[in-house]
Design a protein around this ligand. Structure first.
Ligand SMILES: [Fe+2]
Ligand SMILES: [Fe+2]
Length: 465
């Protein structure tokens, strides 16, 4: 097997024998994992996919028909800048790390493994969705997301194998051994163990959970560990499409619902009522908020001090990059009440990043609400309070209503069916999920997209079945 021809890369793979050997061992296991846990079915079908074959503007998005197992999962880092510097923290202005500094080895490995684990996890969560696709266009988008999450796993595995020696190789193997939702060997983060087995969940996942990925990758794209920064910078170009799938997917669901609301009972007409869409937003938004970590975090302070993980657009939107003196005020629960608490800013950086994320999500909500308004519907969708339904951080272990008011466990139990998808809601959504695979046709519960992929019309045969 000629690895460096099989694996497009800009990391000089052909000259790095040690890395080649590590990848030679890992690649067949990866392909086994893809067959076992990647999309169920469709593996021998031609799919109109985008493949990155270089990092140049004309090379990172090559469109052609490919069978998924033949997808060329490459290793790409944004090209290095001459004399890069650490952009924040205690070592601000020092030369960037080109190798892993011994004292930060464990922290960096943990950051990379945690990010890396989410990539195959999402492929596992989505593996049954092809069978109920609402159109060939959507089927192709699902598979595009899946193969790119596979490539993101490669990106993290490259870092582990290249920079972390034997430990890194063990971690790379373990990334193929954990399984989403498996109680014995679950994925690391909870949102990645939740089932994602219908298309409403899929669009919510790509809208809200992939968007967490955007913010994590953006914070790591600032890293003083240069190989990590450059890897994440390139991953972000792909991540944008995943969020597009979620954002526009939900918009199309909302549009169809609005159209049918004007004709009669949405359920009788076979679409998804707005209250069920709202409950799914509440569910995935709250789980995705947990991914940012605790509101008050010594890890966030340590990672920032060490120059490993910065803020969103650290260089672009801030002048001050040390943050040794500032404080941040947030609401916490104390003596049974919500109270303001001031903490050192470095300890609040998870919350700062979460705030950026929430503002970004709000833009999606504004787009969907505009769709509702354009269709003449007065109702609006919204984001729940960031305190609602949290399993991690300051608000975990307490109960809040959808507006963020502290309530008792009894009240939460009594009212949670108003806020979160019930078993019946999920079953109803599932009852709508039947495959539509004729070119140009679409399921009844979703509107067609405004445009197709890469200038092709919606009617294009994106997957040859
Ligand atoms: Fe990803
Ligand atoms: Fe993604």
């Amino acid at each position: 097997m000629n690895l460096y021809e099989r694996i497009p890369n800009n990391v000089n793979l052909s000259e790095d024998r040690k890395l080649q050997r590590a990848l030679e061992k890992w690649l067949p296991n990866y392909l086994d994992w893809w067959q076992e846990m990647g999309p169920d079915g469709f593996q021998q079908k031609d799919v109109y996919l985008r493949t990155a074959i270089s990092v140049e503007p004309d090379g990172w998005a090559n469109f052609d028909f490919v069978k998924m197992p033949d997808y060329r999962w490459g290793i790409f880092l944004k090209p290095a800048e001459a004399d890069a510097k650490i952009g924040f923290g205690d070592n601000y202005g020092q030369p960037a790390y080109q190798e892993v500094p011994g004292e930060f080895r464990n922290s960096l490995r943990r950051i990379i493994v945690t990010q890396g684990d989410t990539e195959p996890a999402s492929v596992e969560q989505q593996r049954q969705l092809g069978k109920t696709c609402p159109s060939l266009y959507d089927l192709r988008n699902l598979f595009q997301v899946n193969v790119e999450e596979g490539r993101h796993l490669w990106a993290m595995v490259y870092l582990l194998q290249r920079y972390f020696g034997r430990d890194g190789r063990d971690e790379a193997d373990a990334l193929l051994e954990r399984r989403s939702g498996n109680p014995d060997k679950p994925r690391i983060l909870e949102a990645f163990n939740q089932p994602c087995d219908d298309w409403l969940n899929f669009f919510c996942f790509t809208m809200f959970t992939d968007r967490d990925g955007k913010y994590q990758l953006s914070a790591l794209a600032e890293s003083g560990f240069e190989p990590l920064a450059r890897t994440c910078q390139f991953m972000l170009t792909e991540e944008a499409h995943h969020m597009f799938v979620g954002d526009t997917g939900l918009n199309r669901v909302v549009k169809r619902t609005a159209q049918l609301m004007k004709k009669g009972d949405v359920r009788e007409l076979g679409a998804i009522p707005l209250d069920i869409i709202q409950k799914h937003i509440n569910f995935w938004f709250s789980y995705s908020l947990d991914l940012f970590g605790g509101e008050i975090s010594s890890n966030s302070a340590d990672f920032f001090a060490a120059g490993l993980k910065g803020r969103y657009k650290e260089q672009e939107q801030y002048q001050e990059h040390i943050l040794a003196e500032q404080n941040f005020t947030m609401k916490v629960v104390a003596e049974g009440q919500l109270k303001d608490r001031e903490v050192p800013l470095r300890n609040a950086l998870n919350e700062v990043l979460r705030g950026e994320y929430v503002r970004d999500c709000e833009k999606g909500l504004a787009r969907w609400n505009k769709t509702l308004a354009d269709e003449g519907i007065g109702e609006q969708l919204f984001l729940p309070s960031t305190r609602f339904h949290r399993h991690l951080g300051e608000y975990a272990g307490h109960h809040f209503d959808i507006e963020g008011n502290l309530i008792t466990a009894e009240v939460f139990e009594r009212r949670k069916a108003e806020w979160l998808p019930t078993m019946e809601d999920r079953e109803y959504v599932r009852s709508l999920m039947h495959p539509v695979v004729e070119p140009g046709k679409i399921a009844n519960w979703i509107a067609p997209p405004a445009t197709g992929i890469k200038g092709k019309p919606f009617e294009f045969e994106y997957v040859r079945l």
